[in-house]
Design a protein around this ligand. Sequence first.
Ligand code: ATP
Length: 262
Amino acid sequence: MAAETPAPTAAEPLIQVEKFNYAYGDNQVLFDVDLNMRSEDVTALIGPSGCGKSTLLRSINRINDLVESARVVSGKIKIDGVDLYAPEVDVISLRRNVGMVFQKYNPFPRSIFENAVYGLRVAGVKDRHDLEEAAERSLRSAALWDEVKDRLHEVATGLSGGQQQRLCIARAIALQPRILLMDEPCAALDPIATARIEELIHQLRGQYTFIIVTHNMEQAKRIADRTAFFYKGRLIEEDETMNIFNHPRDAQTEAYITGRLT
Ligand SMILES: Nc1ncnc2c1ncn2[C@@H]1O[C@H](COP(=O)(O)OP(=O)(O)OP(=O)(O)O)[C@@H](O)[C@H]1O
């Protein structure tokens, strides 16, 4: 008799946050956070100001290590099962694998081209042809190529805000990360530029794992597969986005999404 085919097991989540406690000096700001994020999902982190969304996001590529008082109290964040805070982890390669885009678009005061290839230059790529190819590839991925291909050597800060933000996305993508962290990427943009970034995230989903902090609940509904609601440093509820907004299980989640908790 043929051996039975084992039932397929659910894929391991790409990112596993386990009993994660985090503090700035004596001020603990994240408490026992347990959260799994799958590679194919766009995950939104929502919650009132100061609830710890950005801190969690910034812990995933350890950019918060740059804050002197910041420290992991206990718990783990794993990518592919590897604890990011283990002593042997190379933080530079972690940050190549986990790119970040900030609220205030921040291109360097250099040309569009140099911004697009910045990470590659830092990584030691010198070949002109390789750099040109990478610039075109990442600018195309960021849906910016057609708008800038004839002005690649003009200064990036001359672009519109939305274009500058897409350039920052191109700069992050050029390093071919697996994960893109976005901290309120549209907060400084008008509705049209916001719509273009959302469209871009939609196009790129599946190629990159997106984790997005947003204050804009409509945006979370539009772009996120899953949404995690935080309050006072604790993860209150995480689920498919539509469940969070249509059938929240927790009274605090409901209060927040209906505007009664700020
Ligand atoms: N660099 C820092 N040094 C000290 N405390 C900090 C630092 N960054 C954040 N905090 C504190 O950590 C807590 C969580 O802040 P965090 O920015 O992670 O929250 P948030 O939910 O992202 O807020 P917001 O929506 O306003 O950006 C807050 O009490 C904040 O004051």
